[in-house]
Ligand binder design. Sequence first.
Ligand code: CA
Length: 285
Amino acid sequence: MSTAYRLRAAGTVLSAVMLATLSVPAGAAHASAPGTAPITVPVPKSVEGRWKFTGPGGTPATTPDDSARGRHMSLHNGVVVDPPAGWVDGAVVLDGVDDYGTTPLPVDTSSSFTFAVWAKAPSTPSGPVTLLSLPGAHGEALSLRYEPGADPATDPGRWRASVADRDDSAASPVTVTHGGFYSVTEWTHLAVVHDSATRQLFLYVNGGLEDRSHGGEPDRSWTGNAGVFPATQPLQLGRGRTAPQGWGAHWSGVVSDLWAFQGALSDAQVSMLAVGQPGLPTTMP
Ligand SMILES: [Ca+2]
C-alpha cells in the first residue's frame, strides 16, 4: 500500500469513497484503465531540513541545516546558539521579546509534510506563543503554538496546530489541539503531520495523538478536511503572524532538533523522533 493511503491506528473514520480508494491494489496506481481517472502516485518522503543547533556560523548569524538541502537558519535579534542547553544535540534560546529564526521555505505545504521539534519554556507563557509558522503573504499555511490554561498550577495548557486552505481574510483555519503533556516548562516533543491525500492534520505530543472525545463531541489532536495553501514566505521559528503583515507571539525558551519533511510521517516514524536519541543521522527515521 502506498504511503499516502496508510491508515493510522487512532480511530480515523474512512468514508466509503476513501475505502474504495484504499481497495486499489498495490501496483494498480501505475496503470489506469481506459476511461478511468489516473490515480495520483504519492511523492516519496524526504528530509527537507534538519537543524541540530550545534553551532553558529557566518555573518549575519546563522546555524546550519544538517540536511543536504543547505537551508541554513538565519538568527535574528539575538537568538543564542547554546549546544549544552539542548535535549537532542544542540539548542537555540529565544528571548520571547523579538528573537526569531528563518530558513528558506523547506516544503511545499500544498503537498504532504511533517515538522518535528523539541521545545521547553522557562516559565508558562502569559498568552499564546508561536513556536513555528509557515506564512503566506497574508496568513499562515501552518502554525504550531502554545496557549496557557486558565490556571497553570492545574492545567498544562494546550499545544495547537492550525492550517488554512487560503491566504486571505476569508480563510477559516482548521485547528487541532493536544493537552496531554505535563508542562510547557518540561522538554516536549511536537510533531505536525499533514497528509494531503486524505486532507488530514495530526498533532503529536511526545509521540502520541490525543482523543478526549466524550458525549459525542470530538476533541482530538487530529482532523480531516484540513486543506493547506502553498506557503510562500520563509519558515519562522519563534514567531507568528498576529495581524496581516504583522508579527508577534514570540516564543520564549529553548528549541532543539527541528526537522522538516516532505511527506506524511507514520506513527512509528514520529515515535522514533520522540525518543530524543542524540546523534541520529539526518535520514528518514
Ligand atoms: Ca532579542
